[in-house]
Design a protein around this ligand. Structure first.
Ligand SMILES: *[C@@H]1O[C@H](CO)[C@@H](O)[C@H](O)[C@H]1NC(C)=O
Ligand SMILES: *[C@@H]1O[C@H](CO)[C@@H](O)[C@H](O)[C@H]1NC(C)=O
Ligand SMILES: [Zn+2]
Length: 364
């Protein structure tokens, strides 16, 4: 159980519940107004995730500014945008050349391997093994271009995030990311997490493979991120974007890929909340050009995926989802989220739009 009386009292007094850390419990927020609730790992699942309620685990967030942003409606945020997003695309031929060499062969095999781990829950042993296996895979794929570095970003929990970096002429950062953990509730229950969210992870990895093998030498530096601990409240991405903000890194845009493999309508969707409106218009151009489909629009609520971590650190972010949110895979967060339910045409579209985005955005 929570401590409803205490929380109500704190909420009434307008104070953050954060004051006294509760040993063994985690502080999570489900909305801007939510002062924070101390819960167990199991309660994250019981109270929120199993009911489709988004949340952010703020226990380890130190930055006052970051915490303030998480308690402020996005419309009230100051934009940290460093560039103006163009209203037309300028590198279509070059991007299409890269897209032509993309394939589903790697993604199909990587996704099966990821789904074979009993679970990729961030607190499980197999979740750590998956992290190590994926790190080695990324390293091997990146090795065709010695300029690319691959590192494990360590967190306070035992599932590192993975970052591959393709240096550009400038230090400005263009980032595509996805999370690779999975969940069906506990650290021990079976959780193949094929659509949720191995599909996003392999989309980002295939984009890296194509650009690495082509020897693409970008204007801006490009980073490819794979986060641990997303299911536990955006832990990996919150850590990384807070660090990037503290270091004054210049992130010009972030594209989140989470669930890219189930799309009955065959149309990707721009998620319009907790994302940058101008970047979304730019993504509208990118998606239309590189997938041949005009995207749908939808929203996904507080803490729904890792773009929220970028946005709350004032980095312009977009989240392109596989379909309208009410048409998503019925299998996520269950043992039935398996590779055979993946619609590979959807993954193909997400690879096209990710490569298109990385190339176009790297010239801004
Ligand atoms: C997968 O992505 C969806 C959409 O962003 C998100 O709501 C969900 O929490 C993610 N699932 C996992 C296991 O991270
Ligand atoms: C970000 O850009 C500013 C202005 O160009 C520059 O002074 C600063 O060094 C950059 N930060 C990093 C970490 O590269
Ligand atoms: Zn999920």
């Amino acid at each position: 159980m929570l401590f409803p009386t205490v929380i109500a009292a704190l909420a009434a007094s307008g104070q953050l519940a954060a004051a006294a850390p509760q040993p063994g419990l985690r502080l999570v927020k489900t909305s801007e107004e939510d002062p924070g609730q101390w819960v167990t790992e199991e309660q994250k699942w019981e109270l929120f995730k199993s009911k489709g309620i988004g949340f952010i685990d703020v226990t380890d967030i130190k930055s006052e500014k970051f915490l303030q942003r998480l308690s402020t409606k996005p419309s009230a945020r100051v934009s940290g945008r460093l560039v103006d997003f163009p209203t037309e695309l300028s590198h279509i031929e070059e991007a299409n050349g890269f897209i032509a060499s993309a394939s589903l062969e790697g993604p199909q095999s990587w996704l099966s391997s990821l789904a074979e781990y009993h679970t990729r829950h961030y607190q499980s042993e197999s979740g750590q093994e998956a992290a190590q296996w994926f790190f080695e895979l990324v390293t091997e794929i990146a090795s065709v271009n010695p300029a690319i570095t691959v590192e494990q970003f360590e967190h306070s929990f035992n599932q590192p995030s993975i970052i591959a970096r393709l240096p550009g002429a400038s230090e400005q950062l263009v980032i595509a990311g996805a999370h690779y953990d999975s969940t069906t509730g506990s650290a021990t229950s079976r959780s193949p997490g094929a659509d949720d969210n191995a599909s996003g992870s392999v989309t980002v990895l295939e984009s890296l493979r194509v650009l690495a093998e082509a020897g693409f030498s970008p204007q801006s530096t490009i980073e490819f991120h794979w986060y641990g601990g997303e299911e536990a409240g955006l832990l990996g991405s919150a850590d990384i974007f807070a660090e990037y903000s503290a270091q004054g890194k210049n992130v010009t845009s972030y594209l989140n890929q989470d669930m890219a493999g189930y799309s009955p309508s065959g149309t990707p969707t721009i998620i319009e909340d907790y994302s940058d409106p101008d970047l979304n218009e730019f993504m509208n151009l990118v998606i239309t050009e590189y997938t041949g489909q005009a995207p749908n629009r939808d929203s996904c609520g507080y803490g729904c995926s890792d773009h929220a971590s970028a946005t709350a650190n004032d980095f312009p972010a977009a989240f392109i989802f596989e379909d309208l949110t009410d048409q998503t895979s019925p299998y996520i967060h269950t043992p039935n989220d398996t590779p055979d339910t993946i619609m590979w045409e959807a993954v193909e579209r997400h690879i096209q739009l990710t490569i298109g985005y990385l190339v176009e955005a790297s010239y801004i």
